[in-house]
Design a protein around this ligand. Structure first.
Ligand code: IMP
Ligand code: MG
Length: 186
């Protein structure tokens, strides 16, 4: 059933069941890859918290969690091209294995910023887990290690992702179906 928000129309792109199944698979892979390594899940707020809370419970090895808040979306539908630190993490990350948990990688600006920021703290390793990736929009110089779903450039909401800070509570991923706005600013 499509939902209407600010005269835009959104419909389900990825169902709750599909998300749950994929999160279980990613949790299993992380459990195997990090056996004995006690990783820190570094959750990128705000959007990453829903994915992270499910992912963490799909991981069957000891792991810690910490949070960092950054923002890159200048207005509601487009990336601003600039990353701002809003809240720093607390952990001592030197020598630790970090898994940065994002809701979505769009332009790639945020994850590139975080990769650079964390590498200055000499962690044992840094990898990226993201529920969604818009490969058409991002030109990354490195691989994303755990990707839930590659998607098109259209704007999406739900399961942590917002429109004007709302709709993060939708239990599925919804995509805008009445226009191609919301991709990279051209
Ligand atoms: P990037 O720095 O361009 O990769 O953007 C990453 C951040 O922008 C994500 O962590 C989201 O918070 C936000 N974002 C990117 N695409 C969307 C979208 O389609 N809907 C909602 N938020 C988005
Ligand atoms: Mg985000």
């Amino acid at each position: 059933m499509p939902i209407s928000i600010d005269k835009m129309s959104f419909d389900v792109l990825i169902s709750t069941e599909q998300i749950q199944e994929r999160v279980r698979e990613l949790g299993e892979r992380i459990s195997q890859d990090y056996e004995g390594l006690n990783p820190i899940l570094m959750v990128v707020l705000n959007g990453g918290f829903v994915f992270a809370s499910d992912l963490m419970r799909a991981i069957r090895i000891p792991c810690e969690v910490d949070f960092i808040k950054i923002s890159s979306y200048g207005d509601e539908l487009h990336t601003s091209g600039e990353v701002k630190m809003k809240k720093d993490y607390d952990s001592l990350v030197g020598g630790r294995h970090l898994i940065v948990v994002e809701d979505i990688v769009d332009s790639g600006l945020s994850v590139s910023f975080l990769k650079q920021k964390f590498s200055m703290q000499a962690p044992a390793s840094v990898r990226f887990a993201t529920l969604l990736h818009k490969p058409e929009n991002s030109s990354l110089g490195f691989d994303l290690d755990y990707v839930g779903f590659p998607i098109g450039p259209e704007f999406v909401i739900g399961y942590g992702l917002d429109y004007k800070q709302n709709w993060r509570n939708l239990p599925a991923i919804y995509v805008r179906v009445d226009g191609r706005e919301g991709g990279k600013r051209s």
